[in-house]
Design a protein around this ligand. Structure first.
Ligand SMILES: *Cc1c(COP(=O)(O)O)cnc(C)c1O
Length: 844
């Protein structure tokens, strides 16, 4: 099988047909006929003639390097995205089979097309059809909280006895569920899938795909959900997942029981109600919780290594499944005491020698490897990509076939080096190019000093038992404990939130100036490039140069280009905003000297902000200067609103927009140009919907902050500034804390010291009992003056110890709240966090 790898990177060529024939025979044992059968059975019009392709995977992501000749691609259409536009590109990259709502121009006769009304519905029907070809028990999980944790724990508890297929990460949506189910293969004999919904009528579709036989309702929560009239409706909707279940497991609740149908059995538990099938008492101490379980008139005890309510409930959901599956007490006890905190996030960390590390040291199954490799590609900071990989478990495939597939994935993802750790992967070392292997983690660690890691992106992916966290620890750049954690999913969510407000075809420029508003410039730019925004905006040329040198290819507008930077701007293909005649003339002169053709520039108009821009009385001269010039091209015309965030000044904003309309129209007609026009920033997008023109400039909203308190609720928090407790002491009444004795204790007071201070960007105004931090979800007031590198808090009422995590801002307190108290704006609080605070990026 070794020569398979060498055959793969085939890109077109004359021998295509011959080649494909060969490929089919070689790949035939990879082919999944069930995919072929399922696609044949959905209502679609087939246009094409190439039936000879082996299909073995399904994709919706045009950017995945894993797409290839065996991929069946579903072109999904979102509010502001339409995968049909990538089909031509995908055809060039060997993809041959597409489910589409129409054949894009120029793609006719180049591939096979299944034409359907709605591609998402088709994906769901396809998955439902595919699922129906398998017959084994499937556990369906839903609830407001805990789904993913219960799924991961059940997988851990049951996998010694079953070949489990489960949803990767938290793939529980209208798209995630079909993709999870499509990964089932012949060897699996138990499924665990989670389903999450946000509004009515969604669950039926997921039910039809998962078709669970055992239902688990994890927790219904009381939170008000936007998409539902009330709690009852929400519960009913969730319960519809369980239509086909022989049994439904939940915490005893008469309302839920009344919803069940005749066919469904309830299997319930309770802490308080003896009517439940399983009655549970609990006793929590410092280390663990002991559950006293009473079922079928038998009593037994189990210990779980958790004390908090949520984990205890989640563990009980798992316990119930084990009891229902007839496990004996002894096995239940042994396995449950091994439960562990679930880390679902893929974290990006700064590594030694200019490396970056993607930490996925919590699981190793084939599905999550695919996801991690896609993430690696989207986050890579250099073309050198190393994967440190443990043995892979629970693929449901035979070993040889599994490692063939892994090798193939590694090749298609252009991985430069593989470091395999584990007995099995060592056995199949020959399948990989540029690969070293170690029998176990300890062996790798002892050889660590002899391995060169520099200027590369490293994916560390291993099953829990391999304890790869030790490897991550070795590779990580060592800094102090304060970190700003950036949630990349939240950024994507906020981007889509604002995109959904845009009219069709309105472009989006995202402002990543000042290091992405303090959140991290490159990583966020990379993510935005991945999401195909149209433009980036930065304040100064050096910010743009930094992004371009790291490989960002999106066009970048420089808001405030100094004349001295024009040279570099041209060299790095950056696009200057031109705001004065002086600047324009200087740039034109240089453009002429260098013989540039149509170099993109952006004309800034001053319509009332009075900061930068051409004023009305300079327009004639501007036009005269630009007329007939071939060296530059007016790519866009823009202006900036001074009051978009404040409805009191709505009239002023309107007057700015009117003036912009007038001046830009004059430029357009007299210069006979077709520039992109744009004037709205974040608050403008929300408050001046009719003035989107051709593009908007999104800033603060992307980072999860809105100037409007209602809109704020709809955004997701992006940055969490975290630290730890360095030391705790108790001082007596009358004793003081910190410089200048600004805090005097009135009673014995427990004081915690946190290693973050004003040099990290925490305003001194936030000290002296004005501000607070959060420890264990409780407020701890900052007492005394904030020092350069430290601050002290009162934690008398909080059960905490040295080393515990401290939240400086995030969900509570929010950046907006802090800004309000400090009488400033969130922009200042965010951008003040100093560069010595390490940024950690993660994805849920
Ligand atoms: C910073 C900036 C923006 C973005 O503003 P937000 O209020 O953060 O959305 C837009 N346009 C210009 C010219 C800017 O300087």
């Amino acid at each position: 099988m070794v020569f398979l790898r060498k055959l793969k990177p085939r890109k077109g060529g004359q021998n295509t047909i011959l080649f494909r024939k060969k490929l089919i025979s070689i790949y035939s044992h990879f082919m999944n006929p069930k995919i072929f059968n399922s696609i044949q059975s959905i209502p679609a019009k087939f246009v094409g003639n190439q039936f000879d392709t082996a299909l073995d995977s399904v994709s919706i992501d045009s950017r995945s390097l894993q797409n290839g000749s065996q991929t069946l691609f579903f072109a999904l259409v979102g509010v502001h995205t339409d995968a049909h536009i990538y089909i031509s590109y995908l055809i060039e990259n060997d993809v041959r089979n597409f489910v589409v709502s129409h054949i894009p121009e120029g793609c006719e006769e180049r591939a096979n097309f299944y034409i359907v009304e709605n591609t998402l519905t088709a994906l769901q029907e396809f998955a439902a059809q595919y699922r129906s070809l398998f017959d084994f028990p499937v556990i369906g999980l839903t609830g407001s909280n805990g789904k993913t944790i219960v799924k991961e724990w059940l997988n851990f508890l049951l996998s010694p006895d079953y070949n489990v297929i489960r949803s990767p990460k938290s793939y529980n949506s209208q798209v995630g569920v079909p993709l999870s189910v499509i990964a089932i293969n012949e060897q699996h004999n138990l499924g665990i899938f989670e389903a999450g919904i946000s509004s009515r009528f969604e669950m039926n579709k997921l039910q039809n795909i998962i078709k669970p036989t055992v239902g688990v309702l994890t927790n219904i929560g009381s939170a008000h959900d936007e998409g539902f009239l009330n709690l009852e409706e929400k519960v009913k909707e969730k319960m519809s997942l369980f239509q086909s279940c022989e049994v439904v497991i939940y915490q005893f609740n008469e309302n839920i029981t009344s919803i069940l149908s005749q066919r469904q059995n309830a299997f319930t538990w309770s802490f308080t109600n003896q009517e439940a099938d399983v009655f549970i008492g609990k006793k929590t101490d410092r280390e663990q919780t002991e559950l006293q379980v009473c079922y079928n008139k038998e009593d037994f005890k189990i210990n779980i290594p958790f004390q908090d309510e949520a984990s205890i409930e989640n563990a009980i959901s798992c316990l119930m499944v084990l009891i229902y599956f007839n496990y004996d007490h002894f096995t239940i006890q042994n396995r449950m005491k091994m439960l562990y905190p679930v880390e679902m996030r893929l974290k990006v960390k700064n590594g030694i020698n200019n490396c970056s590390i993607i930490d996925d040291s919590y699981s190793s199954d084939f599905q999550s490897l695919k996801i991690a490799l896609d993430f690696l590609e989207s986050q890579k900071q250099s073309d050198n990509k190393t994967v440190i990989l443990s043995d892979i478990f629970q693929s449901g495939l035979y070993k040889e076939e599994l490692y063939d597939k892994v090798a193939e994935l590694i090749v298609s993802n252009n991985i430069s080096r593989v470091i395999g750790i584990g007995e099995t992967i060592s056995e199949f070392k020959d399948k990989f190019q540029n690969c070293v292997t170690y029998k176990n983690t300890a062996e790798f660690i002892s050889d660590y000093d002899n391995i060169d890691f520099s200027n590369e992106t490293i994916l560390v992916k291993g099953a829990r038992s391999f304890e790869f966290e030790e490897i991550v620890w070795l590779l990580e750049e060592k800094t102090h404990e304060t970190v700003l954690e950036i949630n990349l999913n939240a950024i994507t969510y906020n981007l889509n939130f604002y995109k959904a407000k845009l009219k069709p075809n309105v472009k989006i420029m995202v402002m990543v100036k000042a290091f992405g508003y303090g959140n991290g410039g490159f990583e966020i730019a990379k993510l935005l490039e991945h999401h195909k925004v149209d433009y980036l905006g930065v304040a100064f040329a050096d910010e743009g140069i930094a992004l371009k040198s790291l490989g960002i290819q999106l066009p970048i507008m420089i808001l405030n280009p100094e004349n001295t930077s024009f040279n570099a701007i041209i060299q790095y293909q950056l696009e200057p905003e031109i705001y004065s005649l002086k600047g324009l003339k200087a740039f034109l002169k240089m453009a002429a000297q260098k013989g540039l053709q149509d170099f993109p520039i952006h004309i800034k108009l001053d319509t009332g902000m009075h900061r930068l821009g051409f004023e009305a009385n300079t327009i004639d001269e501007l036009i005269a200067t630009l007329k007939g010039n071939q060296n530059v091209n007016v790519k866009s015309i823009l202006s900036h609103l001074a009051t978009s965030d404040d409805l009191i000044h709505k009239d002023f904003a309107k007057s700015q927009i009117d003036l912009f309309e007038k001046l830009s129209s004059q430029l357009i007609s007299e210069l006979d140009i077709k520039p992109i026009r744009h004037i709205l920033n974040t608050s403008g997008i929300s408050n001046n919907v009719d003035s989107q023109y051709d593009m908007v400039r999104l800033g603060i909203g992307l980072y999860g902050v809105s100037n409007d308190s209602e809109e704020q609720k709809k955004l997701e928090n992006v940055g969490t500034l975290k630290s730890i407790i360095s030391q705790i002491r108790t001082i007596a009444a009358g004793e003081s804390v910190g410089y200048g004795r600004k805090f005097i204790a009135e009673k014995p007071t427990k004081i915690a010291t946190i290693p973050i201070g004003y040099a990290d960007g925490i305003s001194r105004g936030w000290g002296n009992s004005v501000g607070f931090v959060t420890i264990k979800n409780q407020k701890a007031t900052i007492v005394g003056s904030i020092c350069m590198d430290m601050l002290m808090v009162d934690c008398t009422e909080i059960e905490c110890k040295e080393g515990d995590a401290v939240i400086i801002f995030g969900r509570n307190p929010t950046v907006s709240y802090i800004a309000g108290k400090l009488q400033t704006i969130p922009y200042e609080v965010l951008t003040s966090i100093s560069q010595r605070v390490k940024r950690v990026f993660y994805r849920e």
